[in-house]
Design a binder for this molecule. Structure first.
Ligand SMILES: [Fe+2]
Ligand SMILES: [Fe+2]
Length: 346
Protein backbone atom coordinates (compact mmCIF):
# COMPACT_ATOMS: atom_id res chain seq x y z
CA UNK A 1 0.00 0.00 0.00
CA UNK A 2 1.40 3.40 -0.97
CA UNK A 3 0.82 6.15 1.58
CA UNK A 4 0.76 9.77 0.35
CA UNK A 5 2.00 12.00 3.14
CA UNK A 6 0.87 15.62 2.99
CA UNK A 7 2.16 18.27 5.35
CA UNK A 8 0.38 21.19 3.82
CA UNK A 9 -1.43 23.28 6.50
CA UNK A 10 -4.13 24.18 4.03
CA UNK A 11 -4.80 20.54 3.25
CA UNK A 12 -5.11 19.71 6.98
CA UNK A 13 -7.46 22.66 7.60
CA UNK A 14 -9.57 21.62 4.66
CA UNK A 15 -9.61 18.05 5.94
CA UNK A 16 -10.67 19.20 9.45
CA UNK A 17 -13.45 21.34 7.98
CA UNK A 18 -14.73 18.25 6.16
CA UNK A 19 -14.52 16.31 9.46
CA UNK A 20 -16.56 18.95 11.31
CA UNK A 21 -19.22 18.88 8.61
CA UNK A 22 -19.34 15.10 9.05
CA UNK A 23 -19.68 15.45 12.84
CA UNK A 24 -16.17 14.15 13.51
CA UNK A 25 -13.21 15.54 15.41
CA UNK A 26 -9.50 14.78 15.10
CA UNK A 27 -7.99 15.60 18.52
CA UNK A 28 -4.52 14.89 17.07
CA UNK A 29 -4.89 17.91 14.82
CA UNK A 30 -4.35 20.14 17.87
CA UNK A 31 -1.26 20.18 20.12
CA UNK A 32 -1.48 18.47 23.53
CA UNK A 33 -2.82 15.15 24.86
CA UNK A 34 -5.89 13.42 23.37
CA UNK A 35 -7.78 13.79 26.67
CA UNK A 36 -7.26 17.31 27.96
CA UNK A 37 -6.40 17.49 31.66
CA UNK A 38 -8.77 19.58 33.78
CA UNK A 39 -7.84 21.43 36.94
CA UNK A 40 -10.54 21.55 39.62
CA UNK A 41 -12.55 24.75 39.71
CA UNK A 42 -13.56 24.10 43.31
CA UNK A 43 -11.82 26.55 45.65
CA UNK A 44 -11.17 26.19 49.36
CA UNK A 45 -13.49 28.60 51.16
CA UNK A 46 -14.61 29.45 54.68
CA UNK A 47 -18.05 30.85 55.48
CA UNK A 48 -18.48 32.47 58.89
CA UNK A 49 -21.64 31.90 60.91
CA UNK A 50 -21.40 35.46 62.23
CA UNK A 51 -21.89 36.62 58.64
CA UNK A 52 -24.42 33.98 57.56
CA UNK A 53 -26.83 34.16 60.50
CA UNK A 54 -28.02 37.81 60.21
CA UNK A 55 -28.37 37.44 56.44
CA UNK A 56 -30.35 34.23 56.86
CA UNK A 57 -32.71 35.86 59.36
CA UNK A 58 -33.13 38.84 57.01
CA UNK A 59 -34.13 36.51 54.18
CA UNK A 60 -37.53 36.18 55.91
CA UNK A 61 -38.20 39.80 54.86
CA UNK A 62 -38.01 38.75 51.24
CA UNK A 63 -39.28 35.17 51.22
CA UNK A 64 -42.72 35.20 52.81
CA UNK A 65 -44.84 32.02 53.19
CA UNK A 66 -46.88 33.17 50.17
CA UNK A 67 -43.69 33.25 48.14
CA UNK A 68 -42.74 29.77 49.33
CA UNK A 69 -41.11 29.38 52.74
CA UNK A 70 -39.49 26.19 51.44
CA UNK A 71 -37.42 28.35 49.10
CA UNK A 72 -35.82 30.29 51.98
CA UNK A 73 -32.31 28.90 51.73
CA UNK A 74 -28.87 30.46 51.42
CA UNK A 75 -26.51 28.25 49.48
CA UNK A 76 -22.79 28.03 50.22
CA UNK A 77 -21.67 29.17 46.78
CA UNK A 78 -18.14 28.19 45.85
CA UNK A 79 -16.48 31.13 44.08
CA UNK A 80 -14.85 28.78 41.56
CA UNK A 81 -17.99 26.85 40.56
CA UNK A 82 -20.01 28.70 37.88
CA UNK A 83 -23.23 26.90 38.91
CA UNK A 84 -22.91 28.48 42.41
CA UNK A 85 -22.95 25.14 44.20
CA UNK A 86 -20.63 24.35 47.12
CA UNK A 87 -18.39 21.94 45.23
CA UNK A 88 -18.71 20.49 41.73
CA UNK A 89 -20.75 17.58 43.19
CA UNK A 90 -22.35 18.92 46.39
CA UNK A 91 -24.93 21.63 46.95
CA UNK A 92 -25.10 22.69 50.59
CA UNK A 93 -27.39 25.38 51.95
CA UNK A 94 -28.76 26.64 55.25
CA UNK A 95 -32.54 26.77 55.49
CA UNK A 96 -34.61 29.01 57.76
CA UNK A 97 -38.17 28.10 58.71
CA UNK A 98 -40.35 30.25 60.98
CA UNK A 99 -42.86 28.86 63.52
CA UNK A 100 -45.94 27.51 61.78
CA UNK A 101 -44.35 27.42 58.34
CA UNK A 102 -44.57 24.38 56.10
CA UNK A 103 -42.45 23.28 53.14
CA UNK A 104 -44.97 21.39 50.97
CA UNK A 105 -44.49 17.71 50.12
CA UNK A 106 -42.64 16.80 46.95
CA UNK A 107 -40.06 14.38 45.62
CA UNK A 108 -37.15 14.57 43.20
CA UNK A 109 -34.32 12.55 41.73
CA UNK A 110 -31.50 14.26 43.70
CA UNK A 111 -30.66 12.63 47.03
CA UNK A 112 -30.79 15.00 49.98
CA UNK A 113 -29.88 15.16 53.65
CA UNK A 114 -30.97 17.50 56.45
CA UNK A 115 -28.74 18.17 59.43
CA UNK A 116 -30.54 20.05 62.20
CA UNK A 117 -28.58 23.00 63.53
CA UNK A 118 -30.70 25.42 65.60
CA UNK A 119 -34.14 25.39 67.19
CA UNK A 120 -36.63 22.73 68.18
CA UNK A 121 -40.03 21.77 66.84
CA UNK A 122 -39.17 21.05 63.22
CA UNK A 123 -40.05 17.82 61.47
CA UNK A 124 -39.39 16.16 58.16
CA UNK A 125 -41.85 13.54 56.98
CA UNK A 126 -40.22 11.00 54.66
CA UNK A 127 -42.53 8.57 52.85
CA UNK A 128 -45.10 9.04 55.62
CA UNK A 129 -42.65 8.68 58.52
CA UNK A 130 -42.68 11.87 60.61
CA UNK A 131 -39.19 12.54 62.02
CA UNK A 132 -38.99 15.19 64.75
CA UNK A 133 -35.60 16.80 64.31
CA UNK A 134 -33.59 17.92 67.33
CA UNK A 135 -30.29 19.78 66.92
CA UNK A 136 -27.60 17.37 65.71
CA UNK A 137 -30.07 14.97 64.06
CA UNK A 138 -29.49 13.77 60.51
CA UNK A 139 -32.48 12.93 58.31
CA UNK A 140 -32.15 11.42 54.83
CA UNK A 141 -34.45 11.97 51.90
CA UNK A 142 -33.12 9.49 49.33
CA UNK A 143 -33.87 9.95 45.64
CA UNK A 144 -37.64 10.00 44.87
CA UNK A 145 -38.81 9.68 48.47
CA UNK A 146 -41.72 11.99 49.31
CA UNK A 147 -40.77 14.63 51.85
CA UNK A 148 -42.28 17.66 53.54
CA UNK A 149 -41.04 19.81 56.40
CA UNK A 150 -42.66 22.02 58.99
CA UNK A 151 -41.90 24.00 62.09
CA UNK A 152 -44.36 23.20 64.89
CA UNK A 153 -42.24 24.92 67.53
CA UNK A 154 -42.26 28.46 68.88
CA UNK A 155 -38.87 29.59 67.55
CA UNK A 156 -37.33 29.76 64.07
CA UNK A 157 -35.33 26.71 63.07
CA UNK A 158 -32.20 26.44 60.96
CA UNK A 159 -30.98 23.29 59.29
CA UNK A 160 -28.35 22.33 56.78
CA UNK A 161 -29.53 21.02 53.42
CA UNK A 162 -27.19 18.87 51.35
CA UNK A 163 -27.98 17.64 47.83
CA UNK A 164 -26.19 15.78 45.07
CA UNK A 165 -28.09 17.91 42.53
CA UNK A 166 -24.92 19.03 40.66
CA UNK A 167 -24.22 15.38 39.77
CA UNK A 168 -27.83 14.54 38.91
CA UNK A 169 -27.97 17.66 36.76
CA UNK A 170 -24.71 16.77 35.01
CA UNK A 171 -26.14 13.32 34.28
CA UNK A 172 -29.27 15.02 32.90
CA UNK A 173 -31.43 12.99 35.24
CA UNK A 174 -33.01 15.90 37.10
CA UNK A 175 -36.74 15.60 37.70
CA UNK A 176 -39.28 15.99 40.47
CA UNK A 177 -42.93 16.54 41.26
CA UNK A 178 -45.17 18.04 43.95
CA UNK A 179 -47.34 15.79 46.12
CA UNK A 180 -51.12 16.08 45.83
CA UNK A 181 -51.21 17.19 49.50
CA UNK A 182 -49.05 19.89 51.16
CA UNK A 183 -48.47 17.52 54.07
CA UNK A 184 -48.25 13.77 53.69
CA UNK A 185 -50.62 11.86 55.89
CA UNK A 186 -48.69 10.19 58.70
CA UNK A 187 -50.82 7.18 59.40
CA UNK A 188 -47.90 5.22 60.82
CA UNK A 189 -46.25 5.35 64.22
CA UNK A 190 -43.80 8.28 64.39
CA UNK A 191 -40.21 7.16 64.09
CA UNK A 192 -41.18 4.17 61.93
CA UNK A 193 -37.77 3.78 60.28
CA UNK A 194 -36.04 3.89 63.68
CA UNK A 195 -38.35 1.21 65.08
CA UNK A 196 -37.56 -1.04 62.16
CA UNK A 197 -33.90 -0.33 61.48
CA UNK A 198 -32.63 1.73 64.41
CA UNK A 199 -30.68 -1.01 66.19
CA UNK A 200 -27.38 -1.82 64.50
CA UNK A 201 -27.01 -5.55 63.91
CA UNK A 202 -30.72 -6.23 63.63
CA UNK A 203 -33.21 -5.77 60.83
CA UNK A 204 -36.79 -6.90 60.34
CA UNK A 205 -37.25 -9.99 58.17
CA UNK A 206 -40.28 -8.46 56.55
CA UNK A 207 -41.51 -4.95 55.86
CA UNK A 208 -44.97 -4.65 54.28
CA UNK A 209 -44.51 -2.88 50.93
CA UNK A 210 -45.72 0.73 50.72
CA UNK A 211 -45.72 1.27 54.49
CA UNK A 212 -43.13 3.95 55.08
CA UNK A 213 -39.38 4.00 54.45
CA UNK A 214 -37.74 0.63 53.89
CA UNK A 215 -34.51 1.80 55.53
CA UNK A 216 -33.23 3.94 58.40
CA UNK A 217 -33.68 7.63 57.63
CA UNK A 218 -33.34 9.33 61.03
CA UNK A 219 -29.97 9.36 62.83
CA UNK A 220 -30.20 11.02 66.23
CA UNK A 221 -27.55 13.18 67.84
CA UNK A 222 -27.30 11.48 71.26
CA UNK A 223 -26.20 7.99 70.09
CA UNK A 224 -23.96 9.58 67.43
CA UNK A 225 -22.22 11.79 69.97
CA UNK A 226 -21.91 8.92 72.46
CA UNK A 227 -20.32 6.68 69.79
CA UNK A 228 -17.85 9.44 68.89
CA UNK A 229 -16.84 9.85 72.55
CA UNK A 230 -16.37 6.08 72.92
CA UNK A 231 -14.20 5.94 69.81
CA UNK A 232 -12.15 8.90 71.10
CA UNK A 233 -10.83 6.63 73.87
CA UNK A 234 -9.17 4.41 71.24
CA UNK A 235 -6.37 4.87 68.73
CA UNK A 236 -7.45 7.68 66.37
CA UNK A 237 -6.62 8.27 62.71
CA UNK A 238 -3.44 10.32 62.15
CA UNK A 239 -5.20 12.19 59.31
CA UNK A 240 -8.75 12.71 60.63
CA UNK A 241 -8.37 12.14 64.39
CA UNK A 242 -11.69 10.63 65.59
CA UNK A 243 -14.00 10.17 62.62
CA UNK A 244 -17.07 8.04 61.92
CA UNK A 245 -19.19 7.62 58.84
CA UNK A 246 -22.96 7.35 59.11
CA UNK A 247 -24.00 4.14 57.39
CA UNK A 248 -27.17 2.29 56.50
CA UNK A 249 -27.17 -0.31 59.33
CA UNK A 250 -29.01 -2.86 57.19
CA UNK A 251 -26.37 -2.87 54.43
CA UNK A 252 -23.26 -1.38 56.04
CA UNK A 253 -22.97 0.99 53.08
CA UNK A 254 -22.73 4.79 52.98
CA UNK A 255 -26.07 6.46 53.65
CA UNK A 256 -26.48 7.51 50.01
CA UNK A 257 -24.86 6.30 46.76
CA UNK A 258 -23.45 9.73 45.93
CA UNK A 259 -22.87 11.36 49.31
CA UNK A 260 -21.34 10.20 52.58
CA UNK A 261 -22.05 11.84 55.94
CA UNK A 262 -19.34 11.99 58.60
CA UNK A 263 -18.99 13.06 62.20
CA UNK A 264 -15.52 13.92 63.42
CA UNK A 265 -13.83 15.07 66.58
CA UNK A 266 -10.52 16.90 66.65
CA UNK A 267 -9.47 16.44 70.27
CA UNK A 268 -7.83 19.27 72.24
CA UNK A 269 -4.17 19.73 71.32
CA UNK A 270 -4.37 17.46 68.25
CA UNK A 271 -2.71 18.36 64.95
CA UNK A 272 -3.53 15.89 62.21
CA UNK A 273 -1.11 14.85 59.49
CA UNK A 274 -1.88 16.28 56.05
CA UNK A 275 -3.50 14.13 53.38
CA UNK A 276 -5.26 14.58 50.08
CA UNK A 277 -8.25 12.75 48.62
CA UNK A 278 -9.84 12.70 45.17
CA UNK A 279 -13.18 13.52 46.84
CA UNK A 280 -14.51 16.94 47.87
CA UNK A 281 -15.99 17.87 51.23
CA UNK A 282 -18.19 20.48 52.87
CA UNK A 283 -17.59 20.78 56.63
CA UNK A 284 -19.89 22.27 59.26
CA UNK A 285 -18.39 23.18 62.63
CA UNK A 286 -20.82 21.91 65.28
CA UNK A 287 -18.77 22.61 68.41
CA UNK A 288 -15.49 24.20 69.36
CA UNK A 289 -12.91 25.90 67.18
CA UNK A 290 -9.78 25.04 65.27
CA UNK A 291 -7.67 25.54 62.18
CA UNK A 292 -7.47 23.79 58.84
CA UNK A 293 -4.60 24.31 56.44
CA UNK A 294 -5.89 23.64 52.91
CA UNK A 295 -3.32 23.74 50.10
CA UNK A 296 -1.07 25.92 52.23
CA UNK A 297 -3.73 28.44 53.28
CA UNK A 298 -4.79 28.66 56.93
CA UNK A 299 -8.51 28.81 57.77
CA UNK A 300 -9.51 29.47 61.36
CA UNK A 301 -12.99 28.25 62.11
CA UNK A 302 -15.37 28.25 65.03
CA UNK A 303 -18.81 26.95 65.91
CA UNK A 304 -21.32 27.51 63.10
CA UNK A 305 -18.74 28.10 60.36
CA UNK A 306 -18.52 26.06 57.16
CA UNK A 307 -15.57 25.27 54.93
CA UNK A 308 -14.85 23.41 51.71
CA UNK A 309 -11.98 21.06 50.92
CA UNK A 310 -11.62 20.74 47.11
CA UNK A 311 -10.62 17.45 45.43
CA UNK A 312 -6.90 16.65 45.77
CA UNK A 313 -6.30 19.58 48.14
CA UNK A 314 -3.73 18.77 50.81
CA UNK A 315 -5.37 19.41 54.16
CA UNK A 316 -4.71 19.06 57.88
CA UNK A 317 -6.75 20.07 60.93
CA UNK A 318 -5.65 21.35 64.34
CA UNK A 319 -7.35 22.10 67.62
CA UNK A 320 -5.32 24.32 69.96
CA UNK A 321 -8.29 24.88 72.26
CA UNK A 322 -9.07 23.18 75.59
CA UNK A 323 -12.40 21.77 74.31
CA UNK A 324 -12.95 19.19 71.58
CA UNK A 325 -13.97 20.43 68.14
CA UNK A 326 -16.78 18.50 66.44
CA UNK A 327 -17.30 18.64 62.68
CA UNK A 328 -20.06 17.26 60.48
CA UNK A 329 -19.16 16.79 56.84
CA UNK A 330 -20.78 15.84 53.59
CA UNK A 331 -18.40 14.26 51.09
CA UNK A 332 -18.70 12.70 47.64
CA UNK A 333 -16.55 9.70 48.66
CA UNK A 334 -19.24 7.03 47.89
CA UNK A 335 -19.65 8.32 44.34
CA UNK A 336 -15.92 8.28 43.62
CA UNK A 337 -15.57 4.88 45.27
CA UNK A 338 -18.38 3.41 43.15
CA UNK A 339 -16.61 4.69 40.04
CA UNK A 340 -13.24 3.30 41.16
CA UNK A 341 -11.87 6.85 41.36
CA UNK A 342 -11.42 7.30 45.10
CA UNK A 343 -7.78 7.75 46.12
CA UNK A 344 -6.24 8.97 49.30
CA UNK A 345 -2.60 9.79 49.93
CA UNK A 346 -0.86 10.90 53.09
FE1 LIG B 1 -36.78 18.47 48.42
FE1 LIG C 1 -9.59 14.49 54.85
Amino acid sequence: MVLHVTQSVEALEQYCATLRAAGLDAPWSRPGPLIEPKKTRVEPRLWRWAEIEPLLRRSAEFVTPERGAERRILRLANPGVPERTSTHTLSVAVQYLLPGEVAPAHRHTPNAIRFMMHGRGAYTTVDGDKCLMAPGDLVLTPSMTWHDHGNEGTEPVIWLDGLDSPIVRYLEALSGEPHAMDRQSTGYLAGLSERRFGVAGLRPTWVPPGTGPARLIHYRWEPTHAALLRLAELEPSPFDDVMMEYIDPATGRSVLPTMGCYIQMIRPGVRTRAHRQTSSAVYAVLQGSGTSVIDGVRYEWQQGDFFVVPPRALHAHANDDADPAILFSLQDVPLLTALGLYREEG
